[in-house]
Each structure stands twice: as structure tokens, then as C-alpha cells.
Design a binder for this molecule. Structure first.
Ligand code: SF4
Ligand code: SF3
Length: 500
């Protein structure tokens, strides 16, 4: 096996014997074979809905922490004519650029999958899956591949916009919501991942069943959407970020439904209560198919019975509630206030501290960074990295909370929209705004988002906690020279250089 697609890759170089994520060598090889078969499909088949969906779901399946089940992978693999090892042994710059494209496609496939589930598709997005995959087996120059990597970012912007439209037209515009970390007595289901449609279906099916539903991880922003928050049995948010699940799910008296990554190797103490759906699979864990009949999940929750009494729970900093629901609609409606605050000096800078959380040490950077931001600054956040600090009370500027959770990783679209609108108001470019972007990356969705930011020409992004192993020294040189990307250092040093 060879895999270096995520941030926790072995020795910062590549997993070769087994994945640090728990992925076995055989699974990694099967995932590569699946990608090879998708490349062939892209090169030989005429695009139609069925083929496109197979490509999207195939790519999404190979994302970090989603599918550990060899049997299901074997079922998805078609004919191949390309060996992925050829790519892994390529000249390091070509390999680096093709990896950026492939991993970006994987991340984008996740977003296309969620939009598709709600009936939203986009021709340009769909066509690019074919174009991008075909490029992986073609002899292209560094310049051609760099252009294609940026095009991946361009198309991903369309894809995130599509998903934003799908989510907001289906579930309404998110509005601020204060969400409890406490768990009430009685049966409950914890639902995690990014798929809002799965949550909606589960909420419908648990109506009047005496089962409460709690979000986990990237499902937290669901509490902001009117068509989801209207269910009284959608109670609160369980636990913290994905990398703590083996501890937090240990012996949990509830059923857990995974709608997407990040799934960690499932421990015996809760294996019987983990359910997967869509592209997530784990050997021996029950899978809910496309009919989305969640009866087994509900029955499991009822049988386990939940806690006997209410459990007071907190986030990692001891806070008892978290706030979410600051999508572009809400933030832009507060724009006049933000503009006033900037003009009168009450607001000096906006930080976007967003991205994935992860298991490797060094991620306290993000907690410390947010804690150190001065009182006359705003902190926008999104994705699962926010669990490092989202239970902190940062106070307010006027009526606006200083910490604004914009949603899931795909809601990077919201952040981009807000930045572009502010730039218009101040009649400057996004790079001239008092805005600093501090990204944390872990898996491939962060890759497609980074490519989108680069496509938009956004400079001075700080990227951590470490740089991707698949970025070769020459490619890094381009990123640094052209986009002024910088690795994160220490919170003190980075804040000092940003604030001057
Ligand atoms: Fe290693 Fe990450 Fe690949 Fe897992 S997904 S095998 S940890 S690089
Ligand atoms: Fe998190 Fe896995 Fe990336 Fe959607 S859930 S951001 S890591």
C-alpha cells in the first residue's frame, strides 16, 4: 500500500504497512484499485447520471475515515487499465500536482454527493470529475497540472455553492442557535457526519418514538436550519471532535449513526451500536441502505435505553453550550453593524480559523490562537476543528458574538461569500480586507477548499498543523511565492506578525 492523502500520514511521508487511521494495507490497495477503475470509466464512458453518480460515490468512498470494508469496496471496483502505483512512483512534482487534483476531487465528491441526495446537480461540476480523473493517467506538464489543480478549486467553489443552495433551499437559512452539551435521560441516537438529508429522515422516523437525537461532529450546524431545528427531539450536541470518539462512545447507552467520515476503528465496547449509511462502511457494523429505513437504529436506541438521569457534559474547555448557525445569510444581515464597527475602530480584524480537527499533537495551536485574539477582533469558524474552542465564551462586539460558527467545512462557501461582499463594500480586494485565514487541515475536503481559496487568489493563508506530505518542495515553492502560503508557527508569533 501507499497512502499519503491525510495529515496524519506515517512519518509525514506516507503510510506503507498500514494506515495510522486504521486502514489495513488490503483496504488501501482496494481503494486504489477503485480509483483506477474510476479513471477507466472517466476515459471510456459517456457521461450519464448513473455513471456520474458511480464516480462521485467511488471517489467519496476512498476519503479518509469513511470505508474500512473490503467486501463493499470489491463490489464497487470495475475494470482497470491503470496502476495507481505508477502515480505513486512518478517524478515527485508530477505526483504532487496529480495528488492535489485527485485529493481535491475526493473532497469535492463528498459535497456533490450531499447535494445530489437533495436533488441538486451541476453539469460543470459533474463534467469535471471526468476531466480530472482522466488527467491522472495522462502525460501532462507541471504547468498544465497546476492549471488543472486551480481549476479543481474553481469547480469546487461551484460545488460548494450548489450544496449551499441545496441545504438552504431544502432546510431554510441557518439562524443562530445555542446548543446544549447536556444529554437528557432516556433513549437517544447520536448522529454524525455531514449529510443533512439523513438527519432529516432520521428525525422524521424518530417522531413520537420516545427517542432523542443528538448531533455529533460535523452535524452540529444542523441546529441552525429551521427545517431541522423544528423537531423538538433534536436535543443537543454530543461530545467533541471526531478524534475523541473511541473514548466518548465507549460503552455509550445509545445508537450512533455515521452518515460520512470521520469514522475511527470501532471498538468492541460499542461495535454493536454503530450504524453506517451511504459511503461509510465498517466490517460487522450494520449498514443502512438507500431505502434509509432507520428502524434498526431506533430499535437499538430503545433497547439501550440511554442514561438513567440527565448527564451534564461539556466541550473541551468546560463550556456547557455551543453556538452555531452563522451562515452567510445571518452574517451578511449583520454586515451594516460590522461595517460600522470597522469604520469606528471597534472591530480591527476578522480571523477565519477553520478546518478539520485531528488526532496528532500540535492542534492546541488553534485553541491558543483563538484564546489570544484581541477583544476588538471577530473569529469566524467552520468545520470540525472548532471543537477546540467553540465552548469558549469570547464575549461580544456590540450585539455580535465574537465567535461565529458558519457551519460545516463546505460552508467555507459562506465565508467566501461574506469576504467577497465585504470587499465590495470597502471597495478593495479580499486580500486588502482586515481578514486573516488560519486553516487546519486533515482530510481531502480541506484540500479542495484550499484549492478554491488559491483559485480565488487569496493570499497569506496560514496552514497547519503541518504541511501536506504530498506537496513537493517545488510545488511548495510555487505556493509560497505565488500565494504567500505560510505554515503555522506559534500562536504568539503568528498573531504578532498578523497584527503588526
Ligand atoms: Fe495513512 Fe491518512 Fe492514508 Fe490513513 S488516510 S492510510 S492515515 S495517509
Ligand atoms: Fe472534520 Fe473529518 Fe475534516 Fe468536514 S469530520 S471537516 S476532519
Amino acid at each position: 500500500m501507499f497512502c499519503f492523502q491525510c495529515e496524519q500520514t506515517a512519518k509525514g511521508q506516507g503510510c506503507t504497512l498500514a494506515g495510522i487511521c486504521g486502514k489495513k494495507a488490503e483496504t488501501a490497495d482496494l481503494q486504489d484499485e477503485l480509483i483506477a477503475s474510476l479513471i477507466r470509466i472517466a476515459a471510456t464512458k459517456a457521461p450519464d447520471d448513473q455513471t456520474t453518480k458511480a464516480i462521485i460515490d467511488g471517489l467519496f468512498t476512498t476519503i479518509t475515515n469513511a470505508n474500512f470494508d473490503n467486501d463493499s469496496l470489491r463490489e464497487m471496483i470495475g475494470e482497470t487499465s491503470f496502476d495507481m502505483n505508477r502515480l505513486w512512483r512518478e517524478n515527485e512534482d508530477i505526483r504532487s500536482l496529480k495528488s492535489l487534483i485527485l485529493f481535491g476531487l475526493k473532497g469535492m465528491a463528498a459535497y456533490a454527493h450531499h447535494a445530489w441526495a437533495l436533488g441538486y446537480k451541476d453539469e460543470a461540476v459533474n463534467a469535471f470529475f471526468y476531466e480530472g480523473l482522466r488527467a491522472l493517467e495522462q502525460a501532462l506538464s507541471s504547468d498544465e497540472l497546476t492549471a488543472l489543480a486551480l481549476k479543481t478549486g474553481e469547480i469546487n467553489l461551484k460545488c460548494m455553492e450548489l450544496l449551499d443552495r441545496a441545504n438552504t433551499e431544502t432546510f431554510g437559512n441557518p439562524a443562530p442557535a445555542t446548543v446544549t452539551k447536556n444529554i437528557e435521560a432516556g433513549p437517544f441516537i447520536v448522529v454524525t457526519g455531514h449529510d443533512l438529508r439523513d438527519l432529516k429522515l432520521l428525525l422524521e422516523q424518530t417522531k413520537n418514538r420516545g427517542v432523542n437525537v443528538y448531533t455529533h461532529g460535523e452535524m452540529l450546524p444542523a441546529h441552525g436550519y429551521p427545517e431541522l431545528r423544528k423537531y423538538p427531539h433534536l436535543k443537543g450536541n454530543f461530545g467533541t471532535a471526531w478524534q475523541n470518539q473511541q473514548k466518548e462512545f465507549d460503552n455509550i447507552p445509545a445508537a450512533i449513526l455515521f452518515t460520512t467520515n470521520c469514522l475511527m476503528p470501532v471498538k468492541e465496547s460499542y461495535k454493536d451500536r454503530v450504524f453506517t449509511t451511504a459511503v461509510v462502511r465498517y466490517p460487522e457494523c450494520r449498514h443502512i441502505g438507500e431505502e434509509k429505513d432507520f428502524t434498526p437504529v431506533i430499535e437499538k436506541a430503545l433497547a439501550l435505553g440511554g442514561y438513567a438521569a440527565e448527564r451534564k457534559m461539556t466541550g473541551i474547555n468546560g463550556g456547557n453550550t455551543v453556538v452555531t448557525g452563522f451562515g452567510h445569510h445571518t452574517v451578511l444581515s449583520a454586515a451594516p453593524m460590522v461595517i460600522e464597527a470597522v469604520k469606528f475602530g471597534a472591530l480591527k480584524r476578522i480571523f477565519l480559523v477553520g478546518g478539520c480537527d485531528g488526532a496528532k499533537p500540535g492542534r492546541n495551536y488553534y485553541t491558543d490562537f483563538v484564546k489570544m485574539t484581541p477583544a476588538d477582533t471577530l473569529v469566524l469558524t467552520l468545520a470540525c476543528g472548532k471543537y477546540r474552542f467553540n465552548d469558549l465564551d469570547l464575549g461580544k462586539i456590540g450585539d455580535l458574538p465574537r465567535l461565529l460558527d458558519m457551519g460545516q467545512c463546505n460552508d467555507a462557501y459562506s465565508a467566501i461569500k461574506v469576504a467577497v461582499e465585504l470587499a465590495k463594500v470597502f471597495d478593495c480586494s479580499v486580500n486588502d480586507l482586515p481578514l486573516s485565514i488560519i486553516l487546519s487541515w486533515y482530510e481531502q475536503k480541506a484540500v479542495c477548499i484550499l484549492l478554491t481559496l488559491l483559485y480565488l487568489g487569496i493570499e497569506n493563508i496560514r496552514l497547519g498543523p503541518s504541511l501536506p506530505a504530498f506537496v513537493s518542495p517545488n510545488v511548495l515553492k510555487v505556493l509560497v511565492e505565488k500565494f504567500k502560503i505560510a505554515p503555522t508557527t506559534t500562536p504568539e508569533q503568528d498573531l504578532k506578525s498578523i497584527l503588526g
